[in-house]
Design a protein around this ligand. Structure first.
Ligand code: ADP
Ligand code: MG
Length: 206
């Protein structure tokens, strides 16, 4: 994967989030304040606007720029969370113009580390981590088992999909949804859902 491919993926992600804006907002209506789709669409519109000036930079710098655009344009919790994820991935990929399958694993790990640093959540608390953490594990396990990057990403998306399903069964203990207590059960987490979408765009493009 080179910087050109990454820019393509980011453009596709921005389109996808814009298209899913109403759905993500509806999910957040159930257990939050109904702005997740609006937040992310605003964030990725800012990313799209910034892409022309980032496109010729190295992968680390592009990811960092994406993170900064998200942090500065999104008001909700998801802006700083996703923003930190992209910035941390960017720092881990600093100076790189090409990513190997193992680099991708390291970038994914760094992104998750950023979300955890910001939000202090763990797996099983009904957050975006419930899609991201199983997805990262499945990707690494697949590579370790000798699968190619395409197969590994497919396994990763499947794990994220399962993670989203899992969020329906559990209680939220972080973020706004935690105010609902038991009533959060039965609803899928908006952030886990948007994380799945972001990953799906990655898989599609590669
Ligand atoms: P807000 O909650 O401020 O309205 P959003 O609606 O944009 O922000 O985002 C909500 C999503 O953010 C949740 O669905 C959840 O996935 C994620 N989230 C909230 N708090 C945390 C946290 N501490 N760690 C990880 N993810 C979180
Ligand atoms: Mg919200």
């Amino acid at each position: 994967m080179d910087n050109k491919k990454l820019v393509e993926i980011l453009q596709a992600t921005a389109k996808r989030i814009e298209a899913e804006k109403a759905f993500l907002t509806e999910l957040d209506n159930e257990i939050g304040d109904g702005d997740h789709g609006i937040n992310l669409a605003r964030g990725f519109a800012a990313v799209e606007k910034k892409l022309p000036e980032l496109a010729d930079k190295d992968i680390g710098a592009i990811l960092k720029g994406v993170g900064m655009a998200l942090v500065s344009s999104v008001g909700g919790a998801s802006g700083p969370l996703y923003g930190t994820a992209y910035m941390k991935a960017g720092a881990a990929m600093k100076g790189k113009t090409e990513l190997t399958p193992d680099d991708l694993a390291a970038a994914f790990d760094a992104a998750i580390g950023g979300v955890q640093m910001r939000g202090k959540a763990h797996e099983g608390e009904k957050t975006m981590l419930d899609a991201q953490m199983p997805a990262s594990k499945a990707y690494k396990d697949a590579l370790a088992a000798g699968k190619d990057v395409k197969a590994a990403l497919k396994a990763s998306v499947e794990a994220a999909r399962k993670g989203v399903e899992y969020t329906k069964t559990i209680l939220a203990t972080k973020g706004r949804a935690s105010y609902l207590g038991e009533r959060s059960i039965g609803h899928q987490d908006p952030g886990a859902t948007s994380s799945l979408m972001i990953l799906e765009e990655f898989e599609k493009a590669l």
